[in-house]
Ligand binder design. Structure first.
Ligand code: SAH
Length: 238
């Protein structure tokens, strides 16, 4: 079920207007007609089931039939902080899969061993919008600007559960067991490091700031795999 995304100013009570690319997708690609039902989200947690009332040359006017709060959203809020990756398309994939899996916030990280030092925020945002519409969620993940590892770690006390994915199993607890003891935490932060891994200094700082080093199993995963696996464990089937 593809859904459409509108800005709050396109919603007027029980009336909703689609314009621009969304209008063209609805009218020209999907060739929807007056009377058809479609789903439209504001990207802030509300999903509207609407009936198309009329088309003009540039807009579709729709009437709201049903309104659902936190439609298709997981019960736990996940913030993924993940290092930029050498291969931009691999980082793009992290954005897309994290959005599909229900992440609320994505923080591109600059760790000591992170290779690229910049990212194109607008491009990442577009990937998230496309994934949101494809998977039928109602919250568009907020993508932060590139953030230094130390800055994030020193300002993470707002997260009741702070996890840092670490492949050195002797220093990490298995993620599944840690989650068993934190079933009531509704907001979780997960850090995933770069291809070269997190340094001992970074791990020490994170531990000082109350982060729990977590293992995702005995195999060494790519950063993107670790991110997808970690989110999946935290979100579960919710
Ligand atoms: N330092 C490793 C590679 C790092 S893998 C090496 O020696 O090659 C990139 C990131 O993925 C790591 O920083 C860690 O955050 C995560 N990661 C990879 N495998 C993991 C595992 N089995 N458990 C937990 N995290 C893992």
């Amino acid at each position: 079920m593809d859904c459409f995304l509108v800005e709050p100013d396109q919603i007027h009570g029980d009336l909703l207007v689609l314009r621009g690319d969304e209008y063209r997708h609805l009218s020209r690609v999907l060739r929807k007609r007056v009377g058809d039902h479609v789903f439209v989200t504001d990207g802030k947690g509300t999903m509207y089931e609407v009936i198309i009332r009329s088309f003009s040359r540039s807009e579709a006017e729709c009437g709201v039939a049903e309104k659902y709060e936190r439609w298709n959203e997981p019960r736990v809020e996940v913030t993924l902080a993940v290092s930029l990756l050498r291969n931009p398309s691999r980082f793009d994939m992290v954005i897309e899969k994290a959005t599909e899996l229900g992440v609320t916030t994505i923080i591109p990280l600059l760790c000591e061993r992170t290779i690229p030092k910049h990212e194109k925020h607008a491009r990442l945002q577009k990937i998230a919008v496309s994934a949101l519409k494809q998977c039928g969620r109602s919250i568009l993940p907020h993508i932060f600007v590139l953030t230094r590892f130390e800055t994030l770690v020193r300002s993470a006390e707002r997260f009741p559960l702070r996890l840092i994915a670490h492949e050195q199993t002797e220093q990490s607890q298995f993620l599944g067991s840690v989650l068993q003891h934190h079933k009531d935490d509704r907001s979780v932060l997960l850090i995933v490091g770069p291809e070269g891994g997190l340094t001992t200094g970074e791990m020490a700082l994170a531990s000082e700031q109350g982060f729990v080093p977590v293992s995702l199993g005995p195999r060494r995963l790519r950063s993107e795999t670790a991110a997808i696996s970690g989110i999946s464990w935290i979100v579960g089937a919710s």
